[in-house]
Design a protein around this ligand. Structure first.
Ligand SMILES: *[C@@H]1O[C@H](CO)[C@@H](O)[C@H](O)[C@H]1NC(C)=O
Ligand SMILES: *[C@@H]1O[C@H](CO)[C@@H](O)[C@H](O)[C@H]1NC(C)=O
Ligand SMILES: *[C@@H]1O[C@H](CO)[C@@H](O)[C@H](O)[C@H]1NC(C)=O
Ligand SMILES: *[C@@H]1O[C@H](CO)[C@@H](O)[C@H](O)[C@H]1NC(C)=O
Length: 359
């Protein structure tokens, strides 16, 4: 773990020093709380993280990020050579939009009704309409259609969404009927079809380099383990199996889109694989110091978020989860670096991000 952290730091250092400007002119982020950097702050919802201990390790402190430090989206931006974090849709100015926007919203799902019981959120379809508005503004500001089209085709677009369609929809039969209507297999197909519609909208808005993050093993999150129980096993495998159906179909969608849309490139990041390799390494390195477990790093409320408190676990660098659901900055770092330069084809396919941006 320490080695991979140092590797990540060295890699960022090298890239920042070698390059004077970012490797892509712009970077757009779509998704949920895994990559939200403050879009929910002004929304009426329980899915908010603009209070301590969130941000305890972030350079600017509390921002609305659902972790202790930077998110994987932030770190990918650093690896690309951006010297500032991509602004939120809620705060972005005309001067900033040409470099990219972060549309992500905690609680957001592929389905509009996902997480509705928590309050407001910007679901995927609304994120795409917000992007439509931004693209129109950009065409207006740049006053040269050819230039703007070329600009948008060089940007990196990342998507990290779908976890809430399980955690805050399918796995909550008390509030949602999707698990009565669909088998896990049918639900995964349904989600991926909806996702595909939104990706085609992005393509029509000029997106050509598109990264789709698969879902993490949700059955390993502390909140799910707490609610469902595991009989001593590290994870709830039945839930991981349900989520795996979505990942498998998303991976197939990437192949389909790459085949059908000739002038765009899509890639898939296998977050489950990256997480399991990381956990294996942690287990080996840490077993002599302490038993490694899927536990949060803060005091957690019933919905899995940190309670309003300033106390956290002392060794945040050794914790995979920060609260009951969200990864720590360390885990974000491992995912960001493994998706940027994939040491194995299992991590990213058909390309890692460093290759995708050079196509
Ligand atoms: C518009 O942008 C294109 C591509 O960058 C450039 O070749 C062209 O000269 C620009 N047109 C004007 C009128 O500036
Ligand atoms: C399931 O719930 C949605 C609202 O969330 C409703 O529109 C739909 O009719 C319900 N379907 C069934 C079969 O109960
Ligand atoms: C990647 O995009 C380029 C065009 O930008 C295209 O020629 C190539 O076939 C694409 N590769 C795949 C695997 O889709
Ligand atoms: C992701 O990696 C795991 C191995 O850790 C593998 O079992 C799974 O099939 C992969 N998922 C996809 C969609 O490629």
């Amino acid at each position: 773990m320490v080695n991979s952290y140092i590797f990540a730091v060295l890699m960022q250092f090298e890239i920042l020093v070698v390059l004077s400007k970012p490797q892509v002119p712009c970077y757009f982020i779509f998704g949920d709380s895994l990559v939200d950097s403050g879009n929910n702050n002004e929304l009426v919802t329980k899915a908010k993280a603009n209070y301590l201990p969130y941000g305890v390790d972030f350079p600017e402190g509390v921002t609305g990020r659902f972790t202790n430090g930077r998110t994987m989206a932030d770190m990918i931006g650093e690896l690309l050579g951006f010297d500032e974090f991509i602004p939120t849709y809620a705060s972005v100015t005309d001067q900033q939009i040409s470099k990219g926007v972060n549309y992500a919203s905690g609680g957001a799902g592929i389905l509009p009704e996902t997480s509705s019981y928590l309050g407001d959120r910007i679901a995927l379809e609304r994120q795409l309409s917000n992007h439509n508005g931004i693209v129109s503004r950009l065409f207006g500001l740049q006053e040269n259609t050819t230039f703007t089209n070329e600009h948008l085709s060089k940007c990196l677009y990342v998507f990290n969404i779908g976890s809430n369609d399980y955690l805050n929809n399918y796995l909550l039969p008390k509030f949602y009927n999707t698990s009565h209507i669909y088998t896990p297999h049918q639900y995964a197909s349904f989600l991926v079809r909806q996702y595909c519609q939104q990706l085609k909208k992005l393509y029509n808005l000029g997106g050509r380099k598109i990264v789709l993050f698969g879902l993490a093993p949700i059955g390993c999150t502390p909140i799910v383990i707490h609610i469902v129980g595991t009989n001593g096993k590290p994870c709830v495998e039945s839930i991981n199996d349900i989520v795996k159906k979505f990942n498998d179909k998303l991976r197939l969608l990437v192949d389909e889109l790459n085949r059908d849309i000739q002038d765009a490139n899509f890639t898939f990041i296998n977050v489950s694989h990256i997480s399991s390799v990381q956990k294996g390494k942690l287990a080996i390195r840490c077993s002599s110091i302490m038993p490694w477990r899927n536990v949060p790093c803060c005091e957690v409320t019933e919905n899995g978020q940190c309670a309003h408190t300033t106390t956290t676990c002392r060794m945040r660098m050794l914790s995979i989860y920060f609260d009951g659901v969200h990864p720590s900055e360390m885990a974000h770092n491992v995912i960001a670096t493994s998706s940027y330069i994939a040491l194995s084809e299992m991590n990213a396919s058909p390309y890692d991000i460093s290759h995708l941006i050079r196509l």
